[in-house]
Design a protein around this ligand. Structure first.
Ligand code: HEC
Length: 481
């Protein structure tokens, strides 16, 4: 098994609390900015190459001015901020999902080393062009830009493999090894899709920049039409989207296509915004050769940002309840650990104290708070985003017990509850206590044997012994082993 590193006892990592923002949202928000900047830098490299070629072959008299103007600075700035937000991604993900990152490091250590080599080449080529570009002969300028563009695309190539592996680990999960993991079922559709997005972002940003250039309107129009050539691959987006949908797991697809209304709406926003940008590009620019002014170009770029954001939200959401499909749940517990945690308890070995332990009037509520922190906090807060107080505030005590015990059936994008009946009861009490306004006194139900027995029955029903991972997502995945 490739998962030897996960076989040890459940590891506990230091925990952080982001207040009203749930943890998943923190990663998601940062990820969206990072992806946008990084993809723009990649497309920007390609566009710079194209314009260098136009300039040196005499096809476009003003291309050189565009090249040496501030577009190249924009590309470099986005590549620097892309790198900064990239490091920030590491920092937040190791705090929020250390185990996922650990698994990635175990599996893809050398892949990251390869990516790092391309990244170094990207930096060297980019800065050399920035510093000496205007003094170099054309052939060298083109070589440098080609090296920059290729290297930045290659870093997308490798990292895309790791990200797509999280959703569709494919044959890797059956022990087929690191290359099977990298070239997993969604590797190619997602790589080609991201490449078309990168090119489109660069073309739209170029249209904004060209509008600020001090050349006559006809020259600007010609430059914009040249940049718009990088929008042409957007025509591939609909078939690429369908290809992607075809290779992702059945249950993820069903959420995108109506099963989860939030996700379906985001798919709609991503697709709708892309169609608008694409239609404008096809009809306005490529067919009717219209001039697009700065305001329109900025609006189109903003639409593209919206589409990117919605698309990344969908990709992250489609993975639930896993961070690595079938291998690691979003709360960093593995399906194989369920049985052990059910018997022993999920927080008895948790060495990290509660920051606000004195707030809770009973030991049972403290246990509930630890269970919440370990098993739920990656997707929920108590009172902020996706708040349990709002979601379950009107439920009766018995309803809370049952729905938490059968968590994966309550909503298929939640992992199974990974603890004994006493921990279900502890978090059910915690939610009621929070709903009641966190009063100073609260009954302790630890000794309510009848309630615990009912909960134990529901837990057994939801997660039968011997099939630890069995749950709603398994039978909805129809046909997957
Ligand atoms: C992988 C992310 C994830 C984890 C982990 C998770 N949940 Fe959820 N949960 C969700 C999502 C998403 C919803 C749907 C919210 C909505 O409908 O607006 C939800 C809904 C709920 C609801 C309302 C269900 C309904 O039918 O309206 C409750 C109660 C709940 N979760 C409790 C918990 C508890 C308790 C835990 C920890 C033991 C937990 N969840 C862990 C993602 C998660």
């Amino acid at each position: 098994m490739p998962l030897a590193s996960l076989a040890a006892a459940l590891p506990y990592y230091p925990v952080n609390d982001y207040g009203p923002a749930m943890k998943g949202m923190v990663i998601g928000g940062l990820g969206i900015v990072h992806v946008f900047l990084a993809q723009f830098a990649i497309g920007g490299g390609m566009l710079l190459c194209y314009f260098q070629w136009l300039a040196q072959t005499g096809r476009e008299p003003h291309a050189r001015r565009f090249l040496d103007g501030y577009f190249k600075i924009l590309v470099l700035v986005s590549f620097v901020t892309g790198a900064l937000t990239g490091v920030a991604m590491w920092f937040t993900t190791i705090q929020i999902s250390a185990r996922t990152i650990g698994l990635m490091v175990d599996e893809f250590h050398w892949i990251w080393a390869i990516e790092w080599c391309f990244f170094s080449l990207e930096i060297a080529a980019g800065y050399t062009f920035l510093k000496w570009g205007d003094r170099l002969p054309d052939t060298w300028r083109l070589r440098l830009l080609a090296a920059y563009a290729l290297a930045s695309w290659m870093s997308l190539f490798w990292i895309n493999g790791i990200l797509s592996w999280q959703l569709t680990p494919g044959a890797w999960a059956d022990g087929a090894g690191v290359w099977a993991g990298l070239f997993n079922p969604s590797f190619w559709p997602s790589l080609v899709f991201r490449t078309t997005v990168a090119m489109a972002l660069a073309a739209l940003a170029a249209a904004v920049v060209i509008n600020t250039m001090d050349v006559d309107r006809e020259a600007r129009r010609r430059l914009i039409l040249r940049a718009a050539h990088l929008l042409a691959p957007m025509a591939l987006m609909p078939p690429l989207g369908l290809w992607y949908l075809a290779v992702i797991p059945d249950d993820s697809r069903s959420w995108l296509l109506g099963g989860s209304i939030a996700m379906t709406m985001f798919v709609g926003i991503a697709a709708g915004a892309s169609v608008l940008v694409g239609a404008y590009a096809a009809i306005g620019l490529l067919l009717r050769r219209l001039y697009i002014n700065g305001a329109t170009a900025t609006l189109l770029l903003a639409l593209a940002f919206g589409a990117t954001a919605a698309g990344e939200f969908v990709r992250e959401g489609a993975r639930k309840p896993y961070t690595v499909r079938d291998v690691l749940y979003s709360n960093s517990i593995t399906p194989d650990e369920l049985a052990g945690l059910r018997a022993r308890g999920s927080v008895v070995d948790d060495p990290y104290p509660l920051r606000d332990a004195a707030r809770y009037p009973t030991a049972q509520l403290q246990t509930g708070a630890k269970v919440f922190r370990l098993q739920c906090a990656v997707c929920h807060t108590m009172r902020g985003a996706n708040a349990l107080v709002h979601l379950a505030g009107t439920w009766t005590p018995e309803q809370l017990r049952m729905n938490i015990a059968k968590l994966q059936h309550t909503k298929p994008f939640m992992p199974p509850f990974a603890g004994p009946a006493s921990e279900v009861e502890a978090i059910a009490q915690l939610i009621q206590w929070e709903v009641a306004g966190a009063p100073r006194a609260w009954p302790d139900t630890t000794g309510d044997a009848a309630a615990l027995a009912r909960i134990a029955g529901w837990l057994d029903e939801a997660t039968p012994a011997g099939r630890p991972g069995a749950g709603a997502s398994d039978h909805r995945a129809g046909g997957r082993p």
